[in-house]
Design a protein around this ligand. Sequence first.
Ligand code: IMP
Ligand code: MG
Length: 336
Amino acid sequence: MTCIVVVGGFFGDEGKGKIVAHIAHRDKPAIISRGGVGPNAGHTVTVGDKAYGVRMVPSGFVYPGARLFIGTGVLVDPRVFLHEVELLGVGGRTFVDGRCGIIEESHIQRDKKDEHLAKTIGSTGTGCGPANADRVLRIARQAKDVPELKDFLIDVPLEINRALKAEECVILEGSQGFGISLFFGTYPYVTSKDTSASQIAADNGVGPTNIDDVMVVFKAYPTRVGEGPFSTEMSMETSKEKGIEEFGTVTHRPRRIGKWDSKLAQYSVMVNGATQAAITGIDRVDKGCYGATRYDQLSRTAREFVDMVEEDIQIPVTLISTGPDVSHIIDLRDEV
Ligand code: IMP
Ligand code: MG
């Protein structure tokens, strides 16, 4: 495995961050590079007793051996970026492509005050939609125009393609989920860009023939924040009864929770060209599975769930996340 793209299969918050962190520790990539929209993403990575909510820096930062990039297609909020670099102590190995679009304070104000974006769509209010609009209108600034980012600039496509040529491992980290893709999702209740694997590759300047694997991440119980259709949604009472309620990393809004969505999962695997799948939150299907690290530790209920998923999507489930910590995972990749 040389170049792997990791994307979310449902409506975001599938736990991609944790999956990327695990793959990074095991596969030791030279580079982990972010694709996707921008700081509207919130990835929670838990290591030991510390939980990090990252929005700009790739969630693979927990693996210290990799250089961390933000791909050309991604929007950068310099304040969020600089704050995270400082907080996580990743200066010296974290870089931004000079052509990344810049989010200004005015974009954030527009995102928060615009009736359509804030109320109807339920945007994250992080300025991404207005900044992408300005980028398309060709009036946005680029990272190379921001003096504070001067020391972080790099040609991301060049560095990644060089690493791939040298047979090094590269992880391209998606953000958001398939269901909120601007192209394939529940328009207009979507984010401001495509979120599928092809887009994540394009964001980083990696051509389709250079991708070896696409790992799509599904939550056992999908969630959605913000507005928009959610066909398998359950009531808040039901999710409370099951003890599976959740809150957003960026917005702290309660997440809407649903049951496994076969149809969306199948469509998502198809468009993403997924070769493998990860399931997160299997400990919500059966609490007894919490923290399991081997397949034979899974209960019958959990195994039946995995079988059902594989039957649905027709690709192997190779990673099963059993709890929030990076170590809470079953890795079956060597067995396929
Ligand atoms: P925007 O991307 O902030 O414009 O928000 C558009 C829609 O996408 C809203 O419903 C957001 O809640 C949703 N969204 C954007 N980014 C994420 C994410 O990282 N996770 C989950 N939902 C997201
Ligand atoms: Mg999130």
